[in-house]
Every structure is written in C-alpha cells, then in structure tokens.
Design a protein around this ligand. Structure first.
Ligand SMILES: [Zn+2]
Length: 174
C-alpha cells in the first residue's frame, strides 16, 4: 500500500483479513516510516493467510493511533481439482499434440535455488531426468534453505490448462 502525508514520527500499520463470516484475522503489523515528503510512502505488508473458503473477503489496514482505516475487497474463488477421465487419459496417450506432463521451473523466493517439477496424470509416466514430482502435501521444502514453497495452486492451474487442451483437441479431431 502507499501512504501519503505521513509525519516525522513512525507509525504502525496493522493489517487484517476479514472473512466472509466477518471473522477478523490479524496479520503482521509493520512500521510506516517517512521516507519521502514528495511522493507516497510504499509500505509492504506480506499477506500470509491461507484462504480456505471462497467468498468475499476484506483486507483491512489500520494506521495505529489514528482513525484511518482502509478496506480493500478481495474475492476468492476456488476451482475444482481437475479430474481426468479414462477417455481423457486415452486421448492423452495417443496424441502428439499435447505434452504428456506439466512441468514448471520454480525458484525459491528466499535463496534462489531452482527446481524443476513435473507431473503427469498418466499413471505409467516416468519423470524426466532432473525433475522432481510435485509434493503430495502441496508444500515443498527448499533443500537448501528449508523455506516452504506452496505449489498446490500452481499444479492445479497447470493441470486445468492440460485438461482444457485435451478437451479442445478432442473437439477438433471429431
Ligand atoms: Zn531456498
């Protein structure tokens, strides 16, 4: 967020998430230091919150010691995990137009170690050399710095793209 007209003294900004059920979860409180008089001061607040249900959320920022409040609406929508039918898998086996696996290069946000993950809906698929399977838990622990990387969302999105490609190709070849 960007704050304007800050004064010399450092203020704290508290962030919270308000769920669709109006439950408030406090996030980090950060300092808002005056860094420039001319332009807005950018305040970085990490949104460390696990959105488990879809719906309309609010992010609330409060400038502590004042009555200033900022509410940002946030709509969370969930997708069903892509399901491949037997026919989808048969089509994927037979076609050369679509890759048999999804693959993604991930860099650890903390230490910049790079990893290549691969996943195929085909049970007989063997991972390519130098690739790793997506973790079952959805969370990968960096082998270098132990930072946790959440891959579930990305895996779901890529599988969704794969199943969409299969459906599209199936339609085109009929
Ligand atoms: Zn790391």
């Amino acid at each position: 967020m960007t704050a304007y007209n800050l004064t010399e003294e450092t203020k704290s900004v508290a962030a919270a998430i308000i769920t669709p059920k109006k439950e408030k979860h406090s996030l980090k409180t950060v300092d808002a230091k005056l860094t420039s008089r001319d332009v807005g001061n950018i305040i970085q607040i990490p949104l460390e919150f696990q959105f488990e249900k879809e719906g309309d959320y609010l992010i609330e920022f409060t400038l502590i010691g004042t009555k200033e409040k900022l509410l940002i609406p946030l709509r969370i929508a969930t997708h069903e995990w892509p399901k491949f039918s037997r026919r989808d898998l048969e089509f994927l086996r037979a076609t050369t137009a679509i890759p048999k696996a999804i693959r993604v290069n991930i860099e650890c946000v903390k230490c910049r170690s790079a990893y290549l993950f691969e996943h195929s809906p085909l049970p007989e698929h063997e991972l390519a050399p130098n690739t790793k399977p997506f973790p079952k838990s959805g969370t990968f622990e960096c082998e270098n710095c132990e930072h946790h990387l959440n891959l579930k969302d990305l895996q779901g999105q890529l599988l969704f793209a794969l199943i969409s490609a299969i459906k599209q190709q199936k339609g085109a070849t009929k």
